[in-house]
Design a protein around this ligand. Structure first.
Ligand code: G6P
Length: 447
């Protein structure tokens, strides 16, 4: 390995989450030796980018980490010669998320940015941009790894698996690492000692086994999990219900917080509708958390990541990101859970599709730790239905085909109504028109 320091690029660098990533790089300054951090954003994000760039510099100076920070709107310049690239974009900014959540709710459907109708439209806006970035990476930094955090990670990774020429990528989510943290808390041990063997899809992942110091403690832990029940496997951004204990006992797997949208659909919907009637969607809350965060970030005295950032659902994402970089860079061969091309890891799913599974992380990247796993019949149907949705959504995002998108919409179990589904689909298409050039090619040629 050369002595040249790493060039790390964050696309969507003006995100309120970026200080957490900077903190992650600082914590690992000795094992990573990062010399350049490039923060990239779009014109609409310029002012946030300036604020984040200045804060990142203050954090780095305080820590004596010796990383040079660059801020730019020129993505290609940033990508040239990069070693690792994080994509954490929100096409259309938070205003688009407000629509993704509000329009389905107006028609009595779940409005959520990673699944259902809202998730579909976030995918339709995001996938083409991520594929453009992957194409640029193939030209400008062919050896670099892309780690995508942009939601919906499941559909975006599906699109990368099927349509990207650049093959060094993985989707990363904080849900698996979050579950491990919560289980470790429940057992009162350090998270570093515990790992879960996960398999499934993004936001549809199940814990199959639990190991402490590499010993299989699944049976005893499962009992403790059932006793606690409330063992907070929750995200910060959803409404949490205790699980029905006997259901979890019967399932024999640890669910993730997003499973509540499927196993407790009516309560989740009723709660969302109630909140919406009071004027609230998660996007609105996020807007006010962001306003508070950026006010803090602009304070020239601030030189650490403020604890208020932990109110966001993606808290601790930087541990997931930086652990990946550190393990590839240092060939650690440890186990982490990421979204990768299946290639036989889950026998029931197409080889070319994306899956979220525990992987061994070496210099060659993530490799599923278990191959040929068969999903239990109790979860297989749901997982396969979501996989069909992801496949259709990725295909629609790439082709801009109206009917493929409509199929994705109506086959999603959180929509499951052809009349309402079509209405919501048409409204969302119109609402996001400016960010869907593949659906409206005539608009871009006339621009
Ligand atoms: C969770 C999910 C992420 C999602 C985040 C949203 O952590 O795993 O995929 O982006 O929540 O949090 P927010 O604060 O934006 O609602």
């Amino acid at each position: 390995m050369s002595n040249k320091g790493l060039k790390i690029v964050v696309i969507g660098g003006g995100s309120s989450y970026t200080p957490e990533f900077v903190e992650g790089l600082i914590k690992r300054k000795d094992e990573l030796n990062t010399s350049e951090l490039w923060l990239v954003d779009v014109e609409a994000g310029q002012s946030k980018l300036n604020t984040i760039g200045a804060l990142a510099e203050r954090m780095i100076v305080k820590a004596g980490a010796g990383i040079k920070v660059y801020t730019t709107l020129d993505r290609e310049k940033a990508l040239y010669g990069a070693d690792y690239v994080n994509t954490q974009i929100r096409v259309g900014q938070i205003a688009a998320r407000v629509l993704d959540e509000a329009i389905p709710l107006e028609h009595g459907l779940i409005g959520q940015e990673t699944n259902g109708a809202g998730g579909l439209f976030k995918a339709l806006r995001t996938v083409p941009v991520i594929l453009d970035i992957s194409e640029e990476m193939a030209r400008l930094c062919p050896d670099a790894w892309m780690f995508n955090f942009s939601n919906p990670v499941g559909v975006v990774t599906e699109a990368l698996c099927r349509y990207s020429k650049h093959k060094k990528f993985a989707g990363i989510c904080n849900v698996p690492i979050g579950i491990e943290r919560e289980l470790a808390k429940m057992m009162d041990i350090s998270p570093a000692r515990l790992r879960v063997d996960f398999a499934g899809l993004n936001h549809m992942v199940y814990g199959f086994k639990v190991f402490v110091d590499e010993l299989d403690v699944t049976a005893s832990l499962f009992e403790q999990f059932l006793q606690n029940n409330t063992a907070d496997m929750s995200s910060r951004n959803g409404y949490d219900y205790d699980w029905e204990r006997e259901f979890i006992r019967a399932l024999g797997l640890i669910p993730c917080s997003y499973h509540r949208y499927y196993y407790r659909a009516s309560d989740m919907l009723a709660h969302a509708v109630e909140e919406f009637a009071k004027g609230g969607t998660r996007a609105r809350k996020v807007e006010s958390i962001e306003a508070e965060l950026f006010k803090l970030y602009r304070d020239s005295e601030l030189d650490i990541k403020p604890p208020q950032l932990e109110q966001r659902g993606g808290a601790y994402y930087s541990d997931a990101a930086c652990n990946m970089i550190a393990s590839i860079h240092n060939n650690k061969a440890d186990i982490q859970t990421v979204d990768v091309v299946n290639n036989g890891a889950i026998a029931d799913i197409d080889d070319q599709s994306a899956v979220e599974v525990s992987c061994k992380i070496t210099r060659l990247g993530p490799m599923p730790a278990i191959m040929g796993r068969k999903l239990p019949v109790s979860v297989k149907g749901l997982v396969m239905q979501i996989k069909s949705f992801e496949q259709l959504a990725a295909q629609a995002a790439v082709t801009g085909d109206y009917h493929t998108g409509l199929l994705a919409m109506i086959t999603n179990p959180l929509v499951a109504n052809d009349i309402i589904g079509k209405k919501v689909y048409d409204r969302l298409l119109e609402a996001h028109r400016q960010y869907l050039p593949r659906f409206y090619p005539a608009d871009s040629t006339s621009r």
